[in-house]
Design a protein around this ligand. Structure first.
Ligand code: COA
Length: 254
């Protein structure tokens, strides 16, 4: 069976590819654990100077696996999903994302922890947490208003509609929209890999440090609210509707 998370190391660039195309690269507990392992070994390996996170040709990721949400809603701080988010937050080397197709939920929030984000013209972003009866995660309730301004963040998080690569660029989530996103990301990764690595790590740390404590507190408080949200009747209706391939009906909720 193909591993759902693949890694390849070439020219000091570690590429981590999501590889569960038949389910739109929806992320399972096993995949989060593989992502954490990949980031931890990248941190420890001096051969790795840059990490590039990507999906498959037509899809970045459809976000958290809905079956896992339904059966195993573990979002405590030591859960695989939280460990992945925290590993990205504390990752000291440059992290690039190359996005094709849908980037839903954590597919969009994880980009806010990357240093450079490139998207193909077909990329489609969505933060459907409220739509699922849940709250924002991965620090996005802090990072998105900072990046995009409150009103734009509120539109994205409260309405939870999908938005284009160009809108993501305007909102500051994406650096550049390019046709050959993989090729362009590789080229940028090579440029970063040629830079002095200690100076890169220092510059990244200096940029991230002012928000770091607040970010970690936000991730923890969102995590608690998210875990509670998963047990709510609103979330049960939304997740049940997705699995039954029907529209959710929130009209009975106050
Ligand atoms: N979890 C589990 N399975 C998922 C999934 C998810 N998050 N997203 C997609 N899939 C599955 C579908 O159930 C379908 O499985 P099936 O072939 O066994 O029926 C398969 O992946 C293909 O998905 P489909 O919806 O037919 O593809 P699409 O191209 O029409 O749409 C998306 C792609 C990503 C826009 C759509 O699948 C989607 O909105 N997914 C849910 C996203 C979401 O809400 N994620 C949670 C965020 S917190």
């Amino acid at each position: 069976m193909n591993a759902p998370v693949k890694t390849t190391l070439e020219n000091n660039i570690l590429t981590i590819s999501l590889n569960r195309e038949e389910k739109k690269n929806a992320l399972t507990q096993e995949m989060y654990t593989a992502l954490v392992d990949a980031l931890e070994s990248a941190s420890a390996d001096p051969e790795v100077r840059v990490v590039c996170l990507t999906g498959s040709k037509d899809c970045f990721t459809a976000g958290n696996d809905m079956m896992d949400f339904f059966h195993n809603p573990n979002t405590s701080m030591d859960s695989p999903v939280m460990q992945f988010i925290l590993a990205a937050v504390s990752f000291e080397k440059p992290l690039i994302a190359a996005v094709n197709g849908p980037a839903v939920g954590i597919g969009t929030t994880i980009l806010m922890h990357c240093d450079l984000v490139y998207a193909g013209p077909d990329a489609l972003f969505q933060l459907p947490f409220v739509n699922l009866g849940l709250c924002p995660e991965a620090g996005s309730s802090l990072l998105l208003p900072n990046l995009a301004g409150y009103q734009r963040a509120a539109e994205m998080l409260l309405l939870g509609e999908s938005f284009s690569a160009e809108q993501a660029r305007e909102a500051g989530i994406v650096n550049r929209v390019v046709d050959d996103v993989q090729g362009y990301a590789r080229q940028r990764a090579q440029a970063l890999a040629a830079q002095p690595p200690a100076a890169i790590r220092l510059a990244k740390k200096q940029m991230k440090e002012p928000l770091l404590n607040q970010l970690k507190e936000t991730i923890a408080s969102e995590g608690q609210a998210f875990a509670k949200g998963l047990q709510s009747p609103e979330a049960k209706e939304a997740i049940g509707a997705f699995l039954q391939k029907r529209k959710p009906d929130f009209s009975r909720f106050k």
